[in-house]
Design a protein around this ligand. Sequence first.
Ligand code: GDP
Ligand code: ZN
Length: 458
Amino acid sequence: METDTITAISTPIGEGAIAIVRLSGPEAIPVAASVFEGKNLLEAVSHTMHYGKIIDPETNEIAEEVMVSVMRAPKTFTREDIVEINCHGGMVSVNRVLEIMLSKGVRIAEPGEFTKRAFLHGRIDLSQAEAVMDLIRAKTDKAMSVALKQMDGRLSSMIQRYRQDLLETVAHVEVNIDYPEYDDVEEMSNEMMQQKTKEVHDEIEELLQVAKQGKILREGLATAIIGRPNVGKSSLMNSLVQENKAIVTEVPGTTRDVIEEYVNVRGVPLRLVDTAGIRETEDIVEKIGVERSRQVLKESDLILFVLNNNEELSDEDEKLFEAVEGLDFIVIMNKMDLEPKLDLKKVEQLAEGNPVISTSLIKEEGIDELESAIAQTFFAGEIDTGDLTYVSNIRHIQLLKQAKQSLEDAMASLEMNMPLDIVQIDVTRTWEFLGEIIGDTASDSLIDQLFSQFCLGK
Ligand code: GDP
Ligand code: ZN
């Protein structure tokens, strides 16, 4: 059986406050110990966590401040020795830690390889392993087709088209200003400019929307289950996991027991996340207050907010409603088998248009409705995945957001009737942001292209 040691970043890249580099295999602990400044990890008790620094062996510099968990075989997910290095996150530092591990002769894990080892070592059974592999494959297939589309040049041809539209607009204004005597060139009006900027703006917005769905397909929908104690959060988690093929990535131990669980609800991969250590949130609002809870909950793509139908709405429930206001949430009125004491009208009013679903988790009722609501929340209007160009690159998404913002600035100026040569500054900036996506940033090419648009002087 496998005897080498593997490593991978086991949290989604670029997301969240911490990122984890995981190692599994006979060399996991010695390799980590050899670059760790702090407690001697070789002597660390199993299932303990240690603060320290990762030292780059080449430069002897501190690469990252970390918390390291040491878990010794066989009571681990893979039944091999496991080390998890919690980094502060940020691509740079986590990649650096990964590179240091690789420089120590540890091999990068293939997709699903930790799970495969768990199966080979009898830690999970075949159906569990298959479920994991299915999901990984499904996720990879979709991600693959996204990547293929991008290579196909679909994104860049769309970007080029937007840029062309913007360029024509800018050129038009420029000509009006510089060559007022060319009266065969129609005067660009505020309305024409408004229409052009709105067209491109809406297309970028759509691309960003699709990017969000693409991200969900790749990474799963970060989902938090919240509610007061005893309302049925664990029951909900269990029923979602039982009804659907689930991946439970489990690291048994004293420090932490579950990292992430995936369930596939009607094609929507849910990642039941441990949001800042509060996956199943009982007293989050009590503990850290409404404002900070909001900050934590904002990191989720979806919040499942459970209420007890057998009890009247409490202050705590109302505080939770405050904490989720404006976020994507579904209210679950659980324990419908018991005497109803919740005021449905009031709950619907607090839900502000978000779905309100009744369930009896103990009788397995209402789960279908809940699953439909989950699917609808994110696939509203049904997306045909085959037809869309996904934008999956974080840099591209960032630039698209900036492009959209500067178009919004232009639109606001137009709204206020600012002169077009002022508005055009924002339009030009949009053109530049879009140019960065396709690697065309030379700003003097704007001038060249401006003149090639209108063959002036000929
Ligand atoms: P949590 O504290 O929010 O995680 O709640 P649990 O899921 O642990 O459930 C608390 C208690 O409520 C348990 O005894 C469950 O069996 C019970 N419970 C959960 N769902 C229902 C339901 O739909 N009806 C009834 N009658 N009891 C339920
Ligand atoms: Zn619970």
